[in-house]
Design a protein around this ligand. Structure first.
Ligand code: PAF
Length: 283
């Protein structure tokens, strides 16, 4: 496995391949990331994982400075998953000057849910992903593939829309969320949880499951389901941002007439102590 830190070296190395498959990450990798790498492997002739903690997608009060940088351990894991190339640029390499050109995603998709609670987040994500696509795919002659996790449900939708509207010749694949045996979605931020918080953390997916089960049983009063789930978590000491049922195709609230057709997703974000967790379930 080749570890590359600069754009010119990446482009020179990738010039010998036709079909790169990219898994963008911010490092601090867990089995969910490695599953994405394994998924990417048969989709191209070279599998590239990027590791870059992207300052642009963090608000000033968020965890950019403390986000774990674990390059050596990450590279060992990636190698064991069959990754061919790790692209791990420094901030100076990737943003040699302030990145003042940005990709601005549409508010109907990017200013709701995560975008509402993390203003500017999806602008930061789209900008870095657009730049990563340019870095990895510029020399490619054939199919280009990028794989994202479904745990970041809204993120993969925003990126799909970006690719579609810019007519980028890249196909976006998504990998299912991996869960710990108790049901907690794997996340790099789970490492922030204390032992007590880790035991409690599964309640987020339980709350989403409770909503999903009620919908499957024909419950129509979505507002009450959402409110009950928010109350349950709040009583347990969480600070929920949202627990909500949305249409899968546009993440808008379902209208009474068109839900129940199997095209819904329940999404949640909540803070437990200092750690903000997100999760979702397709219904
Ligand atoms: O999901 C992530 O880890 C990040 O948002 C991504 C897609 C690597 C962009 O920095």
């Amino acid at each position: 496995m080749k570890i590359i830190h600069t754009l010119p070296e990446l482009r020179t190395h990738l010039a010998q391949f036709k079909h790169p498959a990219l898994v963008p990450t911010m490092g601090n990798l867990h089995d969910g990331h490695l599953a994405l790498v394994r998924q990417a492997k048969p989709l191209g002739d070279v599998t590239v994982a990027s590791i870059f903690v992207n300052r642009l997608q963090f608000a000033p009060h968020e965890d950019f400075d403390t986000y774990p940088r674990t390059l050596q351990a990450d590279c060992a894991k990636l190698e064991s998953a069959g990754c061919d190339v790790v692209f791990a640029p420094s901030e100076k390499e990737f943003y040699p000057e302030p990145q003042t050109f940005k990709v601005q995603p549409p508010p109907d998709l990017a200013d709701i849910l995560e975008g509402h609670f993390r203003p500017g987040f999806f602008t930061g994500v789209c900008t870095v992903v657009f730049k990563l696509f340019n870095a990895v795919f510029s020399e490619a002659q054939g199919s280009r593939v990028a794989v994202f996790g479904k745990k970041d449900y809204q993120q993969q939708m925003v990126i799909r829309r970006m690719v579609q509207q810019f007519a980028l010749p890249i196909s976006i694949h998504t990998g299912d969320t991996l869960r710990a045996p108790d049901g907690l979605a794997l996340s790099s931020r789970n490492g922030y949880l204390s032992a007590d918080e880790r035991a409690e953390a599964v309640q987020l997916s339980r709350a989403l499951n409770a909503i999903a089960d009620a919908l499957r049983q024909g419950e129509q009063d979505i507002a009450s389901l959402e409110a009950r789930a928010m109350q349950t978590l709040t009583k347990r000491g969480w600070q929920p941002d949202y627990l909500t049922v949305r249409r899968r195709h546009d993440l808008q609230a379902p209208q009474a007439a068109n839900f129940g057709g199997g095209a819904l997703v329940v999404l949640g974000a909540a803070r437990l102590g200092k750690t903000r967790l997100i999760d979702n379930l397709e219904v």
